[in-house]
Design a protein around this ligand. Structure first.
Ligand code: GDP
Length: 445
């Protein structure tokens, strides 16, 4: 399967890393040679491999090897996290936020799985998302392609635009959107014609359809087995037509799979969906962590290191607790806490980490902390000077106004944050005056 090489090769080399304390340059270089070789074998493009290993190297050399893991395991974790970062963030889905009918245009080479994917997407939007979907084939060169979509539509009980001979692709697109409007459709899927190779005619036709239909999404359907070619294709389509996302097909296959990695790195466009089989239900969301796990085949190592790293976080938290106890909890500490909250999956994660802080749960809930708000609050703190973070009580109205506009929030939000900080600091002081610090349990957790 995908990337078998990498996990085997890495496994071998990593077992040999035995240093302690922090990762040495020699250790990391040895590991990076294997990573580089394996990625190249997986058909990841050279540029991407180069910048990938460089980023991993930067993070790995000198990185502290946390207690209870080996240096090799530490490297795996860093490679894993960087794979995820390169593959893009989670939860990139099809965006339907537009006035219906929302047009989605599918582009790609012939044989990439475009028509099948169009039907798969139509099925998902219909059955799972309860949208009314119209499919239209714009492939005027191959009557069989139009018929193929019509057959799929009949099987799935999804409408396809009636075929009218002699129309140009852009005319068909216009007709599809009109039919979509008249028929009260939520989504119109435009399955454009592919060619066997990338050519100018295909590009200019796609560009024309795009300017006619003004699609909300332009999805490149690319065969993950074609590796480097798929990447060049993605780049060309993006430059010429403009893409909003990528669908990788045949991820179920035995390919070398480097395309996923390069594609995202080269175009910067998110992989939104993956095709995992011939049937119309074989369409899945793209989860970078799953792919990264598959690439490394070392899921247990990753969770081991994560656990060990969580202990380190706990030690950090204990230090903050000490500051709290002494009444020195300032806005910079609060910023750290907020970011940690966001990292740990919001408020409930934090509560799990800090037994002593559970009492504050309502307080924090009343202050209305969720992850979006956390980001805003951090932005407010970032707009302050160091001195202001240490002594927020010196803030005058005029400064608050500035800070608010710097962070793109209202003055009320700044006041709310300051109040929350005061409450937290007071409460911590009160709790800290007891025998045990507010989070005394953490160091042993
Ligand atoms: P198009 O020319 O780009 O429209 O390609 P088609 O949709 O006709 O697909 C070409 C072939 O690939 C068909 O036999 C499909 O069943 C197959 N196919 C499409 N997507 C996938 C996939 O994700 N996995 C597998 N195994 N086969 C697929």
């Amino acid at each position: 399967a995908l990337f078998d090489n990498l996990s085997e090769k890495l496994g071998g080399i990593l077992d040999r890393l035995t240093g302690r304390g922090s990762l040495s340059e020699a250790d990391v270089d040895a590991a990076m040679r294997e990573v580089r070789r394996a990625l190249l074998e997986a058909d990841v493009s050279l540029d991407v491999v180069r910048s990938f290993t460089e980023r991993v190297r930067e993070q790995a050399v000198g990185a502290t090897v946390v207690k209870s893991v080996t240096p090799g395991q530490m490297v795996v974790k860093i490679v894993h996290d960087e794979l995820i970062a390169t593959l893009g963030s989670d939860g990139q889905t099809i965006d339907l936020n537009a006035v219906p009918p929302v047009a989605i245009m599918m582009v790609g080479l012939q044989g990439s799985g475009k028509t099948t994917t169009t039907a798969k997407l139509a099925r998902r939007l219909t059955q799972r998302d309860k949208r009314k979907v119209l499919m239209a084939s714009l492939d005027v060169y191959r009557p069989a392609a139009m018929e193929q979509l019509a057959v799929l539509g009949r099987d799935l009980d999804i409408q396809t635009l009636p075929i009218v001979e002699g129309q140009k692709p852009a005319q068909i697109a216009r007709r599809a959107l009109e039919a979509g409007k008249l028929g009260g459709y939520d989504v119109v899927l435009l399955d454009t014609a592919g060619r066997t190779t990338l050519d100018e005619e295909m590009m200019s036709e796609a560009a024309e359809i795009k300017s006619t239909a003004n699609p909300h999404e332009v999805l490149l359907v690319a065969d993950s087995l074609t590796g480097q070619d798929a990447v060049n294709l993605a780049r060309a389509f993006d430059e010429r037509v403009g893409l909003t996302g990528i669908v990788l097909t045949r991820v179920d296959g035995d390919g070398r799979g480097g395309a996923a990695l390069s594609m995202r790195a080269v175009t910067g466009k998110p992989i939104k969906l993956i095709g995992t089989g011939e049937k119309t239900d074989a369409l899945e969301d793209f989860h970078p962590n799953r792919i990264a796990g598959r690439i490394l085949g070392m899921g247990d190592v990753v969770s081991l290191v994560e656990k060990a790293a969580a202990n380190i976080d706990a030690e950090k938290a204990a230090r903050v607790a000490e500051k709290m106890r002494k009444g020195q909890f300032d806005l910079s500490d609060m910023r750290d806490q907020l970011l940690q909250m966001a990292n740990m999956g919001g408020i409930s994660g934090l509560m799990g980490m800090m037994p002593g802080i559970a009492k504050m749960k309502n307080q924090i809930a009343n202050a209305g902390i969720d992850d979006k708000i956390i980001k805003r609050q951090v932005a407010v703190i970032d707009s302050m000077t160091r001195q202001e973070r240490k002594h927020p009580d010196v803030l005058k109205a005029s400064r608050k106004k500035r800070i608010a506009s710097g962070a793109g929030v209202k003055v009320e939000d700044v006041n709310k944050l300051l109040k929350m900080h005061r409450n937290m600091a007071d409460m911590m002081k009160a709790m800290g005056s007891g025998k045990r610090g507010p989070m005394a349990g953490i160091a042993q957790a």
